[in-house]
Design a protein around this ligand. Sequence first.
Ligand code: FAD
Length: 322
Amino acid sequence: MSVIVLVENNGGTIKPKGFEAVQYAAQLAQKMGTTATAVVLGTIAETEMQALGQYGAKRVLHIADERLNNLHARAYTRALVNAAEKENASVVVTLYDLTGRVVAPRVATQLKAGIIAGALSLPDLDKGFVIKKSVFSGKAFGYVNIISNNKVIMLAANTLQVKKGEGAAAVEKLDVAFEAKDFAIVVKEVNKVTGEIPLADAELVVSGGRGLKGPENWGVIEDLARELGAATACSRPVSDADWRPHHEHVGQTGGTIRPNLYIAAGISGAIQHLAGVSGSKTIVVINTDPEAPFFKAANYGVVGDAMQVLPRLTEAVKKFKE
Ligand code: FAD
């Protein structure tokens, strides 16, 4: 009985959020009296995989087939199921991101496992296998007991404080007999739909709402985002009005994000907006109205005009970087 964790290979490097998944799996394995093995797919250097030992992985199973460089739901599922069988794993951990959402439910079906989407804690093993998750669009927490023998956990980002330690994981090749149908969907081209930094993976996000008055004013959001190396996001009315593309819309009916920093300018903080961003580690709110509800959810608040505050923040970031 062991724990395996899918760690995403982002064009030859480990996706940073993968470190948290490895640490989570390692801590869970320790609680269960076993070890965690990372599973890495596609073309990647051995040193990248060995470094997962610094986050608690004892071993890495590398399935090197280059067709796995792009996400293929069936192939990824077969790879993880094979790895789980090889390791006699009863728990499979993935992130609660695009890949996790596509792959984890399929793996759970094949392993006849119970699954939790968006885990916010390690399991409480004294009570069974009880994991915290947010419910009703972030308005409450639920505690879910997975009672099946096999379990699949999709971990919400920023659940743990990631700490880098010492050690190198032992890397082992795993050959998997894929079938042609595993790659039936052919990826011909990958187009980025957001700016330079994809919103779903962003550690830093600068977001604008109706308070910015119109698309012609979005330069202040983009300038700050560029200086910070952040992605841009927006509230729903902004994308409904076509000021910004729909994939930038966050909230109950848009994307759910959990960045380290979420800067919200000219956004009132309606419950439907908070549903998509309240898991952010640090929230900074800029609003002219001191009574705006968003201030209650903020770690830092600036009462002021976004058109003046944002350029000053951008200048401050520039100076800081000099
Ligand atoms: P407003 O509510 O108009 O707020 C603008 C804010 O800007 C105000 O607080 C104002 O004080 C401030 N402001 C004005 N001028 C300035 C300035 N110069 N500088 C700084 N601040 C300024 N919304 C989402 O965002 N995401 C969702 O997924 C979503 N899903 C929904 C689902 C349903 C079923 C429903 C009913 C609603 C949903 N909404 C969603 C809409 C949500 O209820 C709010 O209407 C919306 O979030 C408000 O957007 P806003 O804060 O940009 O605009």
